[in-house]
Design a protein around this ligand. Sequence first.
Ligand code: ACO
Length: 311
Amino acid sequence: EMSPEELAFQARIDAGVKIEPKDWMPEAYRKTLVRQISQHAHSEIVGQLPEGNWVTRAPTLQRKAILLAKIQDEAGHGLYLYSAAETLGVSREDLLAELHAGRAKYSSIFNYPALNWADMGAIGWLVDGSAIINQIPLCRCSFGPYSRAMVRVCKEESFHARQGYDIMLALCRGTPEQKQMAQDALNRWWWPALMMFGPSDATSVHSAQSMQWRIKLFSNDELRQRMVDQTIPQIEYLGLTVPDPDLKWNEERGRYDFGQIDWDEFHNVVRGNGPCNRERLSTRRQAYEDGAWFRDALVAHADKQATRKAA
Ligand code: ACO
């Protein structure tokens, strides 16, 4: 029951042709991309907050410089992604208004608190590590602007993951108290990091259609499994313990079996009731209001330039 236009569109996708903003596209394809890209952009912007909390308390000047650079990268990622969304005919103003009203989603992970310095290690290593696993395939997704934005984003994410692992390594080679801090951070971030990949394939509402359109190349569960398989050897190298009694190497599959995710917790956080949802939104709203004078000044400057040119 696809129209001739839809059939031709699907044939281009199947042939690996990139879709560009001015090409014809089904309305549902456009909407799906606006949804995913804007949620992704919001995640980058809100994602600055848990780490921003630690800039003033980084243990050395070098750690502080690295952390600042990483947080600034995330602001940049948010901006490329809003720009990619704008090519689909939506405005950044409207997307931000949805976020500030609490109607837009962003990644569940950023609603957990960063309680101590070891969390900077765990976030870089596990959260940015998971982001890479999810985003490397997006470099090959069907929508041109999104796929191109992901190339630089992934390069920067890999620096973020390495700096996180480096913090963990330093703590694990330190005093018993420092190693215990690293273990505590792993305990608190492990399960929320696995939740980042989204609901199980059986309950993921958008997966089938997004895979047909090559917006998604791999399913939520497949990417989550890759994260587990890739991270367990790193945990072993650090000499830490995985907070999952059911974790077991499965010889037959050649992959790890792991325990059940607490889906009630996941849905609760996504619905806005995680430990920091309210705080994150009010911080973003405040930052937006505090920046109003700067946006006004940019517009005033542009108007003045336009008037001068016209004269
Ligand atoms: N946190 C919050 N919401 C989530 C999460 C999560 N971890 N996982 C899924 N959801 C939401 C989806 O956005 C969707 O909500 P909606 O219908 O209101 O839009 C709903 O749960 C159902 O999930 P799916 O059907 O599996 O949705 P989708 O096909 O979009 O897959 C995924 C979700 C995997 C997150 C996908 O959107 C994606 O790959 N996005 C790009 C990457 C991204 O946004 N990463 C953000 C974190 S990484 C970072 O910023 C550092």
